[in-house]
Design a protein around this ligand. Structure first.
Ligand code: BEZ
Length: 218
């Protein structure tokens, strides 16, 4: 059976976390949520990633986006590990919950398993799913244990996703907030004139096909 992917509803798992027990759908609620996994507690790359996520937590909160970490190992281990993470770069507080998943039941259902990483059992990869208020996966990153993620890119991708959803647009390569967005192919020029009061520019291309249209949204 193929694993969880874009457009799938995440399973409504009961999860044990450093903030107590939660149900995944209740946790997401009416918001967007980022769920992101780590191979194990007290490992170097994971420690740097969680420290960095802690430093970005305020940015996600300002956007109404919730954070939920995952690591195999139990809650007591997570709580000890958080002391290391917070000491590594003082001033960064891990204020978001981290799920304990010692039997790997949750990460298996969330398609966060790395077949190449084993410690006697299966280990999570560095998976990251952005889940929408409809509980569907909107965006996923999948990195191996050896390669730390770029949290600035996670924030940029979140902004792109939220902008696309709010305005019915798409974002071009390397887009950052404030830059021009593109009008999706399914929108006619007539509809685009009605929907985008600031107008739009169409790139002139050798094909003479008018598919690359830029507009500005707030
Ligand atoms: C790490 O977080 O550093 C790590 C964890 C598992 C395998 C390799 C690296």
């Amino acid at each position: 059976m193929p694993g969880l992917t874009l457009g799938d509803v995440v399973p409504d798992l009961e999860l044990h976390t450093t903030h107590g027990n939660i149900r995944l759908h209740d946790f997401v609620g009416d918001a967007y949520a980022i769920i992101f996994s780590h191979p194990a507690d007290f490992t170097p790359v994971c420690t740097t990633e969680l420290s960095e996520m802690a430093s970005y937590a305020g940015e996600f909160e300002r956007r109404g986006v919730k954070l939920l970490g995952f690591s195999c190992d139990d809650v007591e281990s997570h709580k000890e590990w958080i002391k290391d993470i917070e000491a590594y770069k003082p001033g960064r507080r891990v204020g978001f919950p981290i799920v304990a998943d010692p039997d790997r039941a949750a990460i298996r259902q969330l398609n966060m398993i790395d077949a190449d990483e084993k410690d006697g059992g299966e280990l999570p990869n560095r998976a990251l799913h952005i889940v929408g208020p409809d509980k569907k996966v909107k965006l996923s990153f999948l990195f191996p244990a050896s390669t730390g993620r770029n949290m600035a890119e996670v924030l940029r991708a979140t902004d792109a996703l939220l902008t696309a959803a709010r305005h019915g647009v798409a974002t071009p390569v390397n887009w950052t907030p404030g830059e021009r967005v593109v009008i999706p192919p399914g929108v006619s020029d007539e509809e685009a004139r009605a929907r985008f009061p600031r107008g739009f520019d169409t790139a002139e291309l050798p094909s003479n096909k008018c598919y690359l249209r830029f507009t500005q949204v707030d």
